[in-house]
Design a protein around this ligand. Structure first.
Ligand SMILES: Nc1ncnc2c1ncn2[C@@H]1O[C@H](COP(=O)(O)OP(=O)(O)OP(=O)(O)O)[C@@H](O)[C@H]1O
Ligand SMILES: [Mg+2]
Length: 456
């Protein structure tokens, strides 16, 4: 028996057939359903009772889906809203995502019942309060890990993502990890595997961008001897090798469309077709995919299959760029510094506070990987026991003032002031966020600002 009976969904669509189709599908999943014919009627319903989710068409008379979304985000911002749209009005759906819609489904292509149900299910998994039904004991957590496998962070949002990853680890759900280059996507994927009941088996990984189509196909699905010229041996694909384990599909958006179709089949049918093979081979694989590209853009450009996206994106994890979690910079810098000293048998190094200030000012296009590299380089440059700004060289120009390749000038007081005012500007004057990002308390931030005001 599914435990959906307590969830109430409002269906809003002006086409009665659509309403009936949605209702029938979701009824089978045991949800409580209420239907409305347009945005206005939906608002009336919302005034009378609470809903756990709203599923709405975009184009409707009286009040359209976008207007309805705005009204809902005003009155009950936490209620997830899923938009339904036709291909022609996909812009509206993207707009809606920016305004806080949970996701969108495309009509016309006839999204399947499966997609509808999985989207609705996902909307009910809130990363922040997702509680798994039961957690096997004896699983590892980040805090138990040591050495290079640990995910170093003190950022609150990242800690929530870690907790979330630990919770979803033991399910079989496909995970899609998104984030800029060097944000730790692979590290996260390995971590999910380590936390999962599959941890005793070997973690497998394939970089989908690294191989040409034919080779990637063999690599993933394997081939029989003689299947094509050069296939002199039987080869087991990574899917087969990852049986009862986890498989990382790195940069999944780089897969060709025919391979995407094949991947979709594996995810749906849980069996692989070897190239030249006669019978499909059943496999039990936990797929974790990563991308640093704008996957929605790829879908819009028809370079990535939308149905595959929904299969992969059962559990989405969005890693935060380093520039948006500056409170992690001191911790990570310290961690990389220690690692360097250990690996090179050097006595412990310290970091000058001005050096740290500069690190916090930088944009970090290469995120944690770049920080690691720069710390290593800085340690190499440093002869003494303290990393000074003069030892520091960035790959890109620092965000702020300063001449070409030069370090920002002025006293530390001036640099700090610059940094604080600029960060404040970056966050549109939001002191809490600015303080967070700077890694100082809001009280310190206020004091500094007062100081600057009276000092001028
Ligand atoms: N929070 C962290 N704590 C410690 N090390 C980290 C952390 N995040 C990333 N790293 C390290 O930074 C490097 C880059 O991480 P990783 O390879 O996981 O990034 P990625 O997102 O997969 O990058 P890409 O998109 O370029 O493939 C690795 O050496 C990893 O160990
Ligand atoms: Mg990677």
């Amino acid at each position: 028996m599914k435990n959906n009976a307590s969830k109430k969904i409002l269906i809003v669509d002006d086409e009665s057939e659509m309403r009936v189709a949605l209702e029938t599908t979701l009824q089978r999943e045991d949800y409580q359903l209420v239907c409305a014919e347009d945005g206005k009627q939906a608002l009336d319903e919302l005034e009378n009772q609470d809903f756990d989710l709203v599923l709405t068409d975009v184009r409707m008379p009286k009040l359209n889906g976008l207007e309805l979304l705005r009204a809902i985000k005003e009155s009950s911002p936490k209620t997830p809203v899923v938009m339904m749209t036709a291909y022609g009005t996909i812009d509206n759906a993207v707009e809606a995502m920016k305004e806080g819609a949970f996701d969108y489904l495309i009509k016309g292509s006839g999204f399947s019942a499966d997609v509808l149900v999985s989207t609705v299910k996902r909307a009910f998994i809130d990363p922040l309060d997702y509680v798994p039904p039961a957690r096997p004991t004896g699983m590892i957590e980040n805090s138990d890990l040591t050495g290079s496998k640990r995910i170093v962070t003190q950022n609150e949002e990242m800690k929530k993502l870690l907790k979330f990853a630990e919770n979803v680890a033991y399910s079989k759900s496909t995970v899609l990890i998104m984030g800029e280059t060097g944000t730790g996507k692979e590290l996260f994927a390995r971590y999910i595997h380590q936390c999962s009941p599959r941890a005793s088996k070997n973690f497998m990984a394939v970089n989908c961008a690294a191989l040409p189509e034919g080779l990637l196909e063999s690599e993933l699905f394997g081939h029989e001897k003689g299947a094509f010229t050069g296939a002199t041996e039987n080869k087991e694909g990574k899917f087969q090798l990852a049986h009862q384990s986890s498989l990382l599909l790195d940069e999944v958006t780089e897969m060709s469309l025919p391979l995407q179709a094949k991947l979709l089949r594996v995810l749906q049918e849980h069996e692989v077709d070897k190239v030249g093979g006669r019978a499909p081979i059943p496999v039990d694989v936990r797929v974790i995919a990563t991308t640093n590209r704008e996957i929605r853009r790829r879908i819009q450009d028809q370079e990535f299959r939308e149905d595959l996206y929904y299969r992969l994106n059962v559990v989405p994890i969005n890693l935060i760029p380093l520039r948006e979690r500056k409170d992690d910079i001191p911790l990570l810098a310290e961690y990389f510094m220690k690692q360097f000293c250990q690996e090179n048998s050097r006595s412990p190094l310290k970091m000058d506070s001005a050096t740290l200030t500069l690190l916090k000012k930088y944009r970090w296009p290469g995120n944690i990987r770049e920080l690691g590299n720069i710390i290593e380089r800085t340690c190499l440059m440093c002869q003494g026991d303290t990393l000074l700004p003069s030892h520091l060289f960035f790959d890109e120009e620092p965000l702020t003032s300063g001449k070409k390749g030069a370090l920002p000038t002025g006293t530390i007081y001036e640099m700090e002031k610059d940094l604080i005012l600029q960060t404040l500007e970056e966050f549109n004057g939001n002191k809490t966020k600015a303080a967070d990002s700077l890694g100082i308390s809001i009280r310190t931030l206020r004091n500094k600002l007062n100081e600057y005001n009276t000092g001028e």
